[in-house]
Ligand binder design. Structure first.
Ligand code: NDP
Length: 485
């Protein structure tokens, strides 16, 4: 395995802790070698020490000196340039020496995206991607493009030297246990799926809320904004898993076919009127004072969207998506709100308290599931009250049951399972939904960016968008589901 950009943050924070933990669990191939490649001048020892410091900071597990020694024997570092053919020849020679014969190779692109195409080009030119009784795979970090045109261009470039099944575009959200659990809830149970459609579901809300601001990422974030940073990848991935049809099998292409199918059925927001009606953008108060932010920046740090899916299952059911920084709490959740009973059978006074059934899938923190339903209040004639049924991963499987998302994804890439990686057509379909909104937001006639207070649940306009539909934003937490309006 070769990691490009190995001196960087992702390698120390996520990749090495995940690989090391898999090694401790005896899940890594025994004969694996991990070669860090980068421009920084590092010896093997300096590289290992840097990674060990990272483990002390970022690893969520305790380990012994012996375990580290066993793992770190597999690590080495090679200095080179991402733009220099000679460096890639040197890499090939070094790999052949380590391998001592035909061997599989996994290349991980943990560099800024500006050099992705270059690295793949040079790997192709030095014939390191040709498969011949052994496999060659490339994991590509996000972001994959900055719009539809750049994503297509990058796809075209990499398809010159790689087949689609050699490419592993990573969105670490898909490696989270609870995201995969969406599929298990839907397709390993029979009680939910019959209700999972326009006949019973009133609407769906997907919230990815962060409590922090841009922190040290200001320079990057100001050019990107929330739609590119969160919606194009994470929120649309969640939407596709919640809304897709059951795949014929749990295999990479069957799953991804269904995801692409449902994403293609999302009604595009591609006119000024649609943008005015169905999108909200806002910036947190104080954003302009953050380091490396243009003082006149209009980059949104919050967005809310109302999406519709034009297919039989979901016709007319709104999917409300929202994501923002500096919100009241850090929480990722999907809420499926069911329709109210067709007839108010109980006396009017009690029905005023009647709340629709709601299913919450908590993705983070406190991963779990919450179902709210109505029950009779004891010692009344027919008064009802909402009660809650909860499942929390930590309670059922222990507090450290949930592994780091990268652990699963790295093992999948090594084993050739593409299910949790994004395919070319999928990434282009999601950019195709985001691009028109971004373009219309740039126009003078577009509604201006509004400002919301830090620590709030976003701008008033987002509340109004739901209130127009006689609904409210909801957030679930242990023991209750509340409005955030
Ligand atoms: P870094 O900024 O830490 O860069 C990684 C390495 O790439 C650096 O150590 C440096 O290595 C090299 N590098 C940096 N800037 C440039 C440049 N302009 N041109 C060429 N090489 C450069 O990035 P991260 O490790 O944070 O992220 C790597 C990738 O992973 C990015 O695509 C990012 O979006 C993605 N990612 C990161 C996450 C994280 O938690 N950090 C989370 C999710 C995704 P050297 O100088 O030694 O060559």
């Amino acid at each position: 395995m070769v990691i490009f950009g190995a001196s960087g943050d992702l390698t120390a924070r996520k990749l090495i802790p995940s690989l090391f933990n898999s090694c401790r669990k005896q899940r890594l191939p025994e004969d694996i070698n991990i070669i860090g490649f980068g421009g920084s001048p590092l010896t093997d020892e300096e590289f290992k020490n840097h990674l060990l410091e990272g483990l002390a900071k970022y690893a969520a597990f305790r380990f012994t000196k012996e375990q580290w020694q066993f793992f770190s024997r597999r690590l080495s570092y090679l200095q080179g340039s991402y733009a220099d053919l000679e460096s890639f020849k040197k890499l090939d020679t070094a790999l052949k020496k380590i391998e001592g014969g035909p061997a599989n190779r996994l290349f991980y692109l943990a560099t800024p995206p500006t050099v992705f195409a270059n690295i793949i080009d040079l790997l192709g030119e030095t014939r390191q991607l040709e498969e011949n009784n052994f496999w060659r795979r490339v994991v590509i970090e996000k972001p994959f493009g900055t719009d539809l045109a750049s994503a297509k261009e990058l796809n075209q470039k990499i398809h010159r030297v790689l087949d689609e099944d050699q490419i592993y575009r990573i969105d670490h959200y898909l490696g989270k246990e609870t995201v995969q659990n969406i599929l298990v809830i839907r397709f390993a149970n029979t009680i939910f799926e019959p209700l999972w459609n326009r006949n019973y579901v009133d609407h769906v809300q997907i919230t990815v809320a962060e409590s922090v601001g841009v922190e040290h990422r200001g320079g990057y974030y100001d050019n990107v904004g929330v739609l590119r940073d969160m919606v194009q990848n994470h929120l649309l991935q969640l939407l596709s898993l919640v809304a897709m049809e059951p795949p014929a099998s749990y295999t990479g292409n069957a799953l991804r076919n269904e995801k692409v199918k449902v994403l293609s059925a999302v009604q595009p927001i591609n006119s000024l009127q649609a943008v005015v009606n169905h999108t909200i953008r806002a910036q947190y108060q104080g954003y302009l004072d953050e380091p490396n932010i243009d003082p006149a920046s209009t980059t949104p740090t919050y967005t809310a969207l109302r999406l519709f899916i034009n297919n039989w299952r979901w016709q007319g059911v709104p999917f409300y998506l929202r994501s923002g920084k500096k919100l009241a709490e850090k929480s990722t959740q999907i809420i499926v709100q069911f329709k109210e009973p067709p007839m108010p059978m109980f006396p009017l006074s009690s029905c005023q308290n009647c709340t629709p059934n709601t299913l919450v899938l908590y993705l983070q923190p406190d991963e779990g599931i919450h179902l709210r339903f109505e029950a009779k209040v004891p010692d009344t004639v027919a008064e009802t009250s909402s009660v809650d049924m909860e499942f929390h991963y930590a309670d059922s499987f222990g507090p450290s049951a949930i592994p780091e998302a990268y652990e699963r994804l790295l093992l999948d890439a090594l084993q050739g399972d593409t299910s949790l990686f994004t395919r070319a057509d999928e990434v282009e379909t999601t950019w195709g939904l985001i691009d028109p909104i971004l373009n219309i937001w740039e126009q003078d006639q577009a509604p201006p960016v509004s400002i919301y207070p830090s620590g709030s649940w976003g701008p008033e306009e987002a509340n109004r968008m739901l209130q127009q539909d006689h609904r409210d934003w909801l957030i679930g937490s242990k023991e209750h589901i509340r409005h955030t309006t």
